[in-house]
Write a protein that binds this ligand. Structure first.
Ligand code: AHR
Length: 502
């Protein structure tokens, strides 16, 4: 059996973790809204038509921010269609996913839902078919107190107080040919900087996200970032990153090494952003918003069969297996390792559509495998991200070399006097001994060692069968300043310590 060692010290700090890295995403797509968070006929719906069972699961995840309303959908969306009396709202052809959008749910309903979910709203504007005018009117509607056309319209719609939406995405994946209103980097950069400028004139307190590449394999990556940021650097606070993964070749060892791809993506975007900073002699450092990430491939074939112009049929309904949960854990570990620059991230998406939560229409809701690492990171991963010095045995795969079997991040919560070690054993065949030497954590005791493991990497949770779930009595012990544990092959581990005053 192989052994990995690491050293952790309170003074080796990466950065304070911005809790918004545990964000998520709801798009008007498939059954994310209709049948997901909103289903007025469901026996468990509340007075607003929100599914209470789903809200409870979202609260378990402690999702601090949720992006809305898209996604691809936003690039041809008229936000005005989704406000005012429901009976007056138009049905539209929704071009991104080629369905019918009833607009029964819109901005105000989402703001209400987010409040009930204890989340903030991250709003995206349409820079595909629309531009500066629609954007400035939209933010006047949501954020201005009153006394003007759009803000008074909101008040007339029953919202006396502004929603005060702080975070705004300047469009979505505008480099992608699948986007309605795709732009060149120059076209996007100019439009986004002027739209952002107008929005900030309406509300100077907002934060803006400039749209980055849709993924690393885009032919325009990373020139897209260099050109667009040349225009948006001064107005934006963040640049976005999107990436989805899939075990398409059924090579699980290779699949679990994808954190390396993410590392490469993040460090490249940081380099480009810092290059623009240098070019502009700017004092501002741009932060990263990884506002779409997840596994997405299980549903690709089924989605090709969907007839156009349906309403809220299943789309992008990936049923996640155990190895997907491991990769999700690795992705979250990667964000923690980059806590100094990755300040927001959204698991795409939250309910039914490539999501940790699944529902049956008018029926049950349940936790997919990926729910667990997401919940553990969100609940226990708050505080300061520490930089462990890791010495792990390594492996090579088809796409990656020198990958550590031990993938780990460490979070210190000074206020609660808690230390949490997230540890993934990427070895799919062998257990791995982990020895973590802790500096300056006298009086700490292990509270629990949570383990997510399963013999079958392809095991899936369903409404009636839940084989993939964590247990709390892993074997970690803490003695003489060292945590020692045998990490099970292909396992996700959360080792939690707390200061005990005896
Ligand atoms: O999350 C699903 C889709 O993936 C989003 O609509 C789009 O932004 C991305 O391509």
């Amino acid at each position: 059996m192989t052994k990995a060692k690491m050293i952790v010290d309170k003074s080796y700090k990466i950065a304070d973790i911005d809790e918004r890295i545990y964000g998520s995403f709801i798009e008007h797509l498939g059954r994310a809204v209709y049948g997901g968070i909103f289903e007025p006929d469901h026996p468990d719906a509340d007075e607003d038509g929100f599914r209470k069972d789903v809200l409870e699961l979202v609260k378990e995840l402690q999702v601090p921010i949720v992006r809305y309303p898209g996604g691809n959908m936003v690039s041809a969306y008229n936000w005005e269609d989704g406000i005012g009396p429901r009976e007056d709202r138009p049905k539209r052809l929704e071009l991104a996913w080629r369905v019918i959008e009833t607009n029964a749910f819109g901005t105000n309903e989402f703001a209400d839902w987010a409040k009930k979910a204890n989340s903030e709203v991250m709003m995206a504007i349409n820079l595909g078919t629309r531009g500066i005018d629609a954007a400035r009117n939209f933010i006047e509607y949501t954020n201005h107190p009153g006394g003007t056309y759009w803000s008074d319209l909101r008040r007339k719609h029953g919202y006396e107080e502004p929603h005060k939406i702080k975070t705004w995405c300047l469009g979505n994946e505008m480099d992608g040919p699948w986007q309605v209103g795709q732009k060149t980097a120059y076209e996007y950069g100019r439009l986004a900087s002027e739209a952002g400028k107008a929005m900030r004139l309406v509300d100077p307190d907002i934060e803006l996200v400039s749209c980055g590449s849709s993924h690393t394999q885009m032919p325009t990556f990373p020139d897209w970032e260099a050109e667009t940021l040349t225009h948006t650097y001064d107005v934006a606070d963040y640049v976005s990153l999107h990436q989805y993964f899939g075990n398409r070749d059924n090579d699980s060892q290779n699949y679990l090494a994808n954190g390396m791809e993410l590392e490469h993506f993040i460090s490249t975007v940081i380099s480009v952003a810092d290059y623009i900073k240098a070019k502009k002699r700017s004092k501002k450092t741009l932060m990263l918003s990884f506002d779409e990430w997840n596994v997405w491939y299980h549903s690709n074939d089924a989605d090709k069969e969907i007839e156009p112009w349906t309403v809220a049929l299943p789309q992008l309904e990936d049923h996640y297996n155990f190895e997907d949960a491991l990769l999700v854990g690795s992705i979250l570990i990667t964000f923690l390792k980059h806590a100094d620059r990755v300040k927001m991230a959204c698991m795409a998406q939250l309910v039914n559509v490539i999501a940790p939560i699944m529902t049956d229409n008018l029926g049950a809701s349940w936790k997919q495998t990926i729910f667990y690492p997401y919940m553990h990171a969100s609940v226990f991963g708050r505080g300061v991200s520490l930089k462990p010095v890791v010495n792990s045995p390594k492996f090579d795969t088809k796409d990656f070399t020198d990958v550590d079997y031990l993938d780990t991040a460490v979070v210190f919560n000074e206020e609660n006097e808690e230390l949490t070690v997230f540890a993934l054993n990427r070895h799919i065949k062998e257990d791995l001994v982990m020895e973590a030497q802790l500096g300056d954590f006298e009086g700490y005791r292990i509270q629990e060692h949570i383990v997510l493991e399963h013999d079958d990497l392809k095991a899936v949770n369903t409404a009636t069968n839940h084989p993939v779930k964590p247990y709390r009595n892993g074997d970690a012990v803490y003695k003489d300043g060292v945590i020692e544990t045998k990490l099970k092959k292909a396992s996700w581990n959360v080792i939690r310590l707390k200061l005990i005053n005896e």
